[in-house]
Design a protein around this ligand. Structure first.
Ligand code: 0O2
Length: 233
């Protein structure tokens, strides 16, 4: 994974409003990429270690898979403008303070209860700082979207400085992730415009999948109790 994500000649055309030189622009973006990609790595490795330890102790891996993404410069600028930050490309310090999902990690777990187990284990680590939690599992969005969003700050140690860097972690079950991916694609394909009928059907589908999640958890507990395994959860 390279932090040199963007190249100077292409950057200028993407953010023509930047007031400094091409070199200054490149440096600012490289710095942003290095910090946020490093923070993603830190979170990713922490979660993998937790999952491996679960596997060692209980022969069970709660995490199905992990994905990560770095927001593009355009997307950061669009969100900053939406948040009312004036001239964001020339005020990157404000952007970094206000936009908390420049680094994003998505943790897809097997069962719904794993989301809180994994987020709890991560938040218990002493070098992790909790910034914000949005629990869309217990309080789903109007669309039907369910997920546990946790924003943390993780330390990134560079040659001559330490920075606490925010990362948004979305914890989802497989069912929640499947729904969100398909709904996102449908919305994207229709440029955000979906008829009320489709919106209602999508919401209903999210609720059905939630019922399936609950049912699968019950089955799992039944099996685990029967076999008396994983008693340390
Ligand atoms: P990406 O690339 O998926 O991350 P915002 O709404 O962005 O102004 P905030 O507080 O970050 O501000 O919003 P929120 O709703 O807490 O989290 C936004 C992210 O959650 C989205 O990221 C999606 O990933 C996901 N999300 C939220 N609501 C929905 C939904 O109804 N459907 C789907 N499929 N995903 C949702 P981005 O920014 O869209 O991009």
């Amino acid at each position: 994974m390279s932090y040199k994500y963007f190249h100077a000649d292409r950057l200028r055309e993407r953010v023509p409003q930047f007031r400094g030189t091409d070199e200054e622009l490149q440096e600012a973006i490289d710095d942003l990429n290095l910090l946020y990609l490093s923070a993603i790595r830190e979170v990713d490795i922490k979660l993998q270690i937790l999952s491996d330890d679960f596997d060692m102790k209980h022969s069970y891996m709660p995490i199905h898979h992990i994905q990560s993404r770095l927001k593009s410069v355009e997307s950061i600028m669009e969100k900053a403008t939406r948040y009312g930050i004036e001239d964001p490309i020339n005020n990157l310090d404000v952007v970094r303070r206000e936009i908390l999902d420049i680094a994003g990690v998505r943790v897809v777990c097997n069962y719904e209860e794993d989301l809180h187990t994994m987020s709890g284990l991560l938040l218990a680590q002493e070098d992790i700082e909790l910034i914000r939690v949005k629990d869309y599992c217990n309080n789903p969005k109007e669309s039907g979207y369910r997920s546990l969003h946790v924003v943390v700050a993780v330390p990134v140690y560079l040659v001559n400085r330490k920075k606490m860097v925010p990362v948004e972690i979305q914890f989802r079950s497989i069912a929640m992730d499947a729904w969100a991916s398909l709904e996102h694609e449908l919305r994207y394909k229709n440029k955000g415009e979906l008829s009320q009928d489709i919106v209602d059907t999508l919401k209903e589908s999210a609720e059905l999948l939630h019922t399936v999640d609950e049912r699968l958890s019950k089955i799992r507990h039944k099996v685990l109790n029967d076999e008396n395994k994983y008693s340390n959860y």
